[in-house]
Ligand binder design. Structure first.
Ligand SMILES: NC(=O)c1ccc[n+]([C@@H]2O[C@H](COP(=O)([O-])OP(=O)(O)OC[C@H]3O[C@@H](n4cnc5c(N)ncnc54)[C@H](O)[C@@H]3O)[C@@H](O)[C@H]2O)c1
Length: 413
């Protein structure tokens, strides 16, 4: 391997994807430069405080003090790198369509500094064609003229924040490169940090596979969210049904109902797929229907909670427990708890929330479990959440997380 190949990795975006990747690469012997445009985040990381739960302060501080990791806002730092990975957000715009502005701006600011023989990898989730039709043209139009040989691949990140089992190392990584030389470089890079790198025939296959993975989850969650409403209306415990179906050893995979879907992936990525379908004169009605079902879940949960309250009480006090979109993390992007809160307030409820991992959300602070309420909705069960205390005080709980079984005072959705 040449000097150029094994020296330094630059990662654009130091969030839930970029920072764990940085630490995995440090563990694999890489010298890593984290680049992020957020000055506050860069200052926080430089002070040794990790902004993501999957990276401990100790791990970060060790990498910084050993000089194997540094973080900066300076995009020119990519000039020192032999591999650049782009890990910036790919959200939806107001029309719920792909918003690539951050991906485009990240590519634009680094391109003038990319040195010859660098491998550029997009790890951000996006529709098929993003590497070939969006990223590569920007790089080629802005790169230094002496950087005549560049390699490109798409390797969509599959990290599952808060997961104690699957991580950067043991989760197989898909790699779709634009040519054989790029594939060889990308495989060598990912094989240095992951146990398994799976090569596919093109970047578009890798990009499409990532959208399929998350759309599979969206559709199955929607199915079980629809099914739970049917079970509830007919007096059947949906969780008992799911457990029963799970006894089949093949052809079934359990999904659980909840307040909806949240985070930067499941509610977002399938809409990249539906948008991409429309660009090609196709439609994806199943995915659109699944999206609608999940979008309607906060309203369904709110109505269930309101039915637990004396109808004469027109301003009931309702506590939402857990506003992060899933347990074990503080990330509340796209959390369905927001629609739940807004729906309840529109119905006249006085709403407070409690989340041990989130201190401030939507301009208010987490209350403690002593907040006097008529009903508590368990939306996300965070570790160390003392829900038993609430139940023992006689507060009615609507459990959307399957945390209780047959507990008097607790209703399951
Ligand atoms: N969070 C997940 O669970 C997850 C899992 C798999 C894939 N992904 C995908 O990975 C990508 C990144 O997601 P994330 O959750 O890490 O986002 P994040 O918001 O946690 O982190 C992204 C970081 O990029 C920085 N950034 C934005 N624009 C930049 C720019 N122009 N230059 C430099 N830095 C910039 C932001 O300041 C932020 O710190 C997205 O495409 C997402 O869909 C996310």
């Amino acid at each position: 391997m040449s000097q150029k190949e094994q020296s330094t990795l630059a990662i654009i975006g130091q969030g839930y994807v970029g920072l764990p990747l940085a630490m995995a690469a440090v563990d694999a012997g890489w010298s890593v430069i984290g680049i992020d445009k957020d000055h506050f985040k860069v200052a926080q990381i430089n002070s040794g405080s990790s902004p993501v739960e999957d990276v401990s302060d100790n791990k970060l501080q060790t990498a910084i003090s050993r000089g194997t990791y540094r973080v900066t806002t300076d995009p020119a730092s990519v000039g020192d790198a032999s591999v650049i990975t782009i890990c910036v957000p790919t959200p939806l715009n107001d029309k719920r369509e792909p918003e690539l502005a951050l991906l485009i701006s990240a590519t634009t600011v680094i391109s003038p500094y990319i040195s010859n023989e660098t491998l550029i990898v997009s790890e951000s989730t996006s529709y098929p064609g993003t590497l070939r039709d969006v990223i590569i043209p920007i790089v080629k139009s802005l790169k230094p003229s002496e950087s005549s040989v560049l390699y490109f691949a798409s390797a969509p990140e599959r990290v599952n924040p808060g997961d104690r089992v699957w991580n950067q190392k043991n989760t197989p990584r898909l790699i779709g490169a634009i040519d054989g030389a790029s594939r060889a470089r990308a495989l060598r890079f990912y094989e240095s940090i992951c146990d398994v790198a799976v090569s596919v025939s093109s970047p578009e296959v890798a990009e499409a596979a990532k959208l399929l993975e998350n759309t599979f989850r969206l559709v199955n969650i929607a199915l079980i969210n629809e099914f739970t409403q049917l079970c509830s209306a007919t007096g059947i415990n949906v969780h008992e049904v799911i457990d029963a179906a799970s006894s089949k050893p093949y052809g079934f995979m359990p999904f659980r109902p909840g307040v909806g879907v949240g985070g930067h992936c499941i509610p977002v990525d399938p809409l990249y797929l539906t948008w991409w379908a429309r660009q090609h004169g196709c439609s994806a009605p199943l995915i659109e229907s699944a999206d609608s079902i999940n979008q309607a879940m906060p309203g369904y949960v709110a109505e269930r909670a309101l039915k637990m309250i004396d109808p004469l009480n027109t301003n009931p006090k309702i506590l939402i427990m857990g506003v992060a979109y899933k347990p074990g993390i503080s990330d509340f992007r796209e959390t369905p708890a927001l629609e739940l809160k807004n729906y309840l307030i529109a119905k006249g409820a006085i709403v407070a929330w409690h989340d041990p991992l989130v201190s401030t959300w939507e301009g208010s602070n987490s209350v403690d479990l002593n907040w006097d309420c008529d009903v508590a909705i368990l939306a996300t069960k965070q570790p160390d959440m003392k829900i038993d205390e609430l139940v023992s005080k006689g507060i009615q709980v609507l459990d959307c997380t399957n945390s209780f079984s047959l507990n008097p005072g607790v209703t399951s959705i």
